[in-house]
Write a new protein. Structure first.
Length: 245
């Protein structure tokens, strides 16, 4: 029985477990960091928590006799992706990265591309007063110096520590969100700009709502993908297994 470790925490990760389960002689082992409460879990062996860096992951791969690894983590989980690459190289284990397609601007979009949250914070005073901030909890401290701006912050789970933004409102929600609801959200809170990561996938409605309302979007670019094989669909994952196992 070949053991396949799937680094998940995403809808794509759950999808990979289903693909692996379709192959006879393969056992999926699903891993997620545990940062989100009540995550969507697949029907297979699951582990929760970090590994302790690339060295810790390498030890886990050897101890558990893992035969292959699929990295289906979030597009912005660059540290985990790099750790997976290093650990698999050290352990001589095949690895493939599933990276969901990025969003691309269409006619009517007013995107302002930036490399990171720091650049986004610098740009805000030039274009907006009331901002929909949909980048996750880790980037919130980057915006705390903007005392003249008001932020609508949406998170999946309530933060453990108090949000340090001067003027803000917190709402909780887990996507996907529909276009009508996102449009009404922006209107109700009189939002005049949206800050988002280019996550791709099912949270696109806020981008479409901003376009329909003529609002600028500050789009934080994706980090570079890790070296090695990178694909963007479950069909590609299936083909990889058919060729290599």
């Amino acid at each position: 029985m070949a053991k396949i470790l799937i680094l998940g925490g995403t809808a794509e990760g759950v999808g990979v477990t289903k693909v692996v389960s379709e192959f006879s002689g393969m056992e999926p082992v699903y891993s997620l960091a545990g940062a989100t409460k009540s995550p969507n879990l697949p029907n297979c062996r699951t582990r929760v928590g970090g590994f302790g860096g690339a060295d810790g992951l390498s030890r886990y791969l050897k101890q558990e006799k893992i035969d292959g690894l699929v990295d289906a983590t979030h597009p912005y989980a660059s540290q985990m992706a790099n750790h997976a690459t290093l650990a698999c190289e050290e352990s001589n284990i095949p690895r493939i990265k599933l990276l969901r397609p990025a969003w691309t601007p269409v006619p009517g979009d007013d995107w302002h591309g930036v490399e990171n949250a720091v650049e986004a914070a610098k740009l805000i005073p030039e274009i907006a007063k009331r901002v929909f901030l949909a980048t996750g909890h880790k980037d919130l401290p980057t915006f705390e110096a903007l005392s003249e701006n008001w932020f609508l912050v949406r998170l999946v789970d309530a933060p453990k520590a108090e949000i340090s933004l001067h003027k803000h409102q917190l709402i909780l929600g887990r996507g996907p969100f529909d276009l009508e609801a996102e449009t009404q959200l922006l209107r109700t809170h009189k939002i005049d700009a949206v800050i988002s990561k280019n996550s791709g996938g099912s949270t696109y409605a806020k981008i479409e709502a901003a376009r329909n309302l003529g609002l600028p979007v500050i789009m934080i670019d994706r980090p570079k993908p890790p070296k090695g094989i990178v694909v963007d669909s479950l069909d590609d994952i299936k083909n990889w297994f058919e060729k290599n196992y």
